[in-house]
Ligand binder design. Structure first.
Ligand code: DGL
Length: 267
């Protein structure tokens, strides 16, 4: 079966582009509709209710565009809103992202895992349940890194400033015995090189773009909704500055797609 309806991929800003990249590689024939809620970034320090309302508004927009699936490419929004999204749109394939606690628990030899994420993710009941379920025997160290979100939003990911901002949080968690680090925010893969340099080459950094893309493919397959013969396309939308999103996509993904604004009556 052939289904050319778009797949919505959404984040507070440009972080979800790390997930979009993985989806594009796994499902190259799909029409991907990326929404950056840049007028409201960052989500990490806002209340769960605020983040939930944003997620619901964006889901309504995606449904108005006949999306066949929605990927919440944001750990913070997944923690705050995935249940509300599923309740509001029971017919939609909805995939969220969660920090890679399960693979980290398998990989660690020291029994100590470090997790970088937003304050909202780390404070959520969903995260507590994930740790309890997947890593009850492991010591999990948390470090909120709102400064990393802002660093990526500025597009300053390769220089001395990125190296500097990565240093302290990594040093803190390694000093407490962590031998495996989880990048529990979709912005952080864009700082991968700076974080790896701070951690040293032997420390695994775990992210979730690949597994999310495979879960999406599996679910679309089960619903008979894959675009088996589409040409593939990426459409970039934002609640903020469209030209800026276009520049960021070129910088972060080498993706020369034009960006536009989400119609004002929607978000
Ligand atoms: N990229 C988001 C996440 O995965 C949120 C970053 C933010 O807006 O604070 O949690």
């Amino acid at each position: 079966m052939q289904d050319l309806a778009p797949i919505g991929v959404y984040d507070s800003g440009v972080g979800g582009l790390s997930v979009l990249r993985a989806i594009g590689q796994t499902l190259p024939r799909e029409h991907l509709l990326y929404v950056a809620d840049s007028a409201h970034v960052p989500y990490g320090e806002k209340t769960p209710e605020y983040v939930r309302q944003r997620a619901l508004a964006i889901a309504d927009y995606l449904v108005s565009r006949q999306a066949k699936a929605m990927v919440v490419a944001c750990n913070t929004a997944t923690a705050a809103a995935i249940a509300a999204l599923r309740a509001r749109h029971p017919g939609l394939v909805i995939i969220g992202v969660e920090p890679a606690i399960k693979p980290a628990a398998h990989l660690t030899r020291s029994g100590v895992v470090g997790v970088f994420a937003t304050t909202g993710t780390l404070a959520s009941a969903k995260f507590a349940a994930l740790v309890q379920r997947e890593a009850p025997e492991i010591r999990i160290l948390f470090r909120p890194c709102p400064e990393w979100v802002l660093q990526v939003e500025r597009g300053d990911i390769h220089g001395a400033a990125a190296a500097r901002v990565a240093q302290e949080p990594v040093r803190e968690l390694l000093a407490q015995g962590a031998d495996t680090l989880v990048l529990g925010c979709t912005h952080f893969p864009f700082l991968h090189d700076a974080i790896q340099a701070a951690a040293g080459p032997a420390v695994p950094l775990l992210e979730t773009g690949g597994p999310v893309a495979r879960r999406l493919r599996h679910q679309l397959q089960q619903h008979g909704r894959l675009a088996a013969a589409g040409a593939g396309a990426v459409e970039l939308l934002t609640t903020g500055d469209a030209a800026r999103l276009g520049r960021m996509a070129a910088l972060l993904l080498d993706l020369p797609a034009a960006a536009a604004q989400v119609p004002a009556d929607w978000c």
